[in-house]
Design a protein around this ligand. Structure first.
Ligand SMILES: NC(=O)c1ccc[n+]([C@@H]2O[C@H](COP(=O)([O-])OP(=O)(O)OC[C@H]3O[C@@H](n4cnc5c(N)ncnc54)[C@H](OP(=O)(O)O)[C@@H]3O)[C@@H](O)[C@H]2O)c1
Length: 267
């Protein structure tokens, strides 16, 4: 019987996951299909029982369900710490946060050795928390955030140091990570940090992947920084989810090609 996988979120129509996972299933000749499901916040619990009854095998989870979904499944260690999951294996009942893997693999793909680096993470939401979790054992992690109280709370909880936006220019960071929507298509096209900081950095990492060349990425290129790709993060978090779902090695190149071509198509 064909295995059914999917992604739940609200809204869901712009998700690149279906294109990415269906390309991977096709490449492996895996008898499966990956479908987007729009689930309103108040319908999450009903959707979870529906998934179980319908024998859906695996689900990715996006905004606004990443926190609430944990209540229905067994969280892996990183999910317990971060407080958010993006992947559910319905066969085992476990939920995972594969963004952590996506972040580390994307940095690895840019040939950056994170040991001992001074890293600045901009943002204090789910993606920022996953970044601190991924990097705090190897790097010196700092965060900054528009809402200072929230930034300080996240820094305190996760063992990072908080730097207010107005004090950033006194520092020099090796790697600057944008974990806010600044630069995203249809959002504010702004730089998340002052240009002087990018000038001093070794590398920049923009989690925003559409457009592929954000203001942060363009400035990083201009100043000769290494670029960690948000597309790579998306692809690697998807690849890890694919492996959890199917037990097979993900065809990463096929998934990346599908994502890039979809971004070019949707413009
Ligand atoms: N490449 C990937 O695979 C991948 C994976 C996950 C997320 N992402 C991207 O990462 C970004 C953050 O995702 P998330 O899930 O962490 O979101 P989130 O939980 O909603 O957090 C958003 C963060 O961005 C800040 N922010 C929002 N609007 C801002 C603005 N106009 N100026 C300055 N800061 C602003 C918020 O600051 P306040 O606290 O002040 O509100 C908050 O810290 C999104 O753009 C998402 O698409 C990419």
């Amino acid at each position: 019987m064909t295995d059914v996988f999917g992604v739940i979120g609200f809204p869901i129509k712009h998700s690149l996951s279906p294109v990415m996972h269906n390309a991977a299933l096709k490449r492996l000749n895996y008898d499966g299909i990956y479908v987007p499901f729009e689930v309103k916040p108040e319908e999450l619990e009903t959707a979870v029982s529906g998934m179980k009854s319908l024998n859906i095998k695996g689900i990715n989870v996006t905004i606004p369900h990443k926190e609430k979904i944990i209540e229905f499944f067994n969280p892996e260690k990183e999910v317990q710490e971060i407080g958010a999951a993006n992947t559910v294996d319905l066969k085992s009942g476990k939920c995972y946060n594969t963004d952590v893997y996506g972040i580390l693999e994307a940095i690895n793909a840019a040939e950056i050795e994170v040991n001992g680096l001074k890293v600045l993470i901009v943002g204090a939401g789910g993606a920022a928390k996953a970044s601190i979790y991924a990097l705090r054992d190897t790097s010196r992690v700092y965060i900054t955030n528009r809402t200072e109280t929230k930034g300080r709370a996240v820094a305190g909880k996760f063992g990072a140091e908080f730097v207010p936006l107005h004090a950033l220019e006194r520092h020099k960071f090796d790697l600057i990570v944008n974990a806010t929507p600044l630069g995203m298509k249809g959002f504010q096209s702004a730089m998340p940090v002052p240009l002087s900081l990018i000038k001093k950095a070794l590398a920049v990492f923009d989690m925003v992947y559409n457009p592929p060349s954000t203001p942060l990425v363009s400035a990083g290129r201009k100043f000769g920084c290494r670029i960690v790709s948000g597309i790579d993060m998306l692809v690697y978090q998807g690849a890890r989810a694919f492996e959890i779902f199917t037990g097979q090695k993900a065809p990463v190149d096929v998934m990346k090609k599908a994502v890039i071509s979809e971004i070019e198509n949707i413009g």
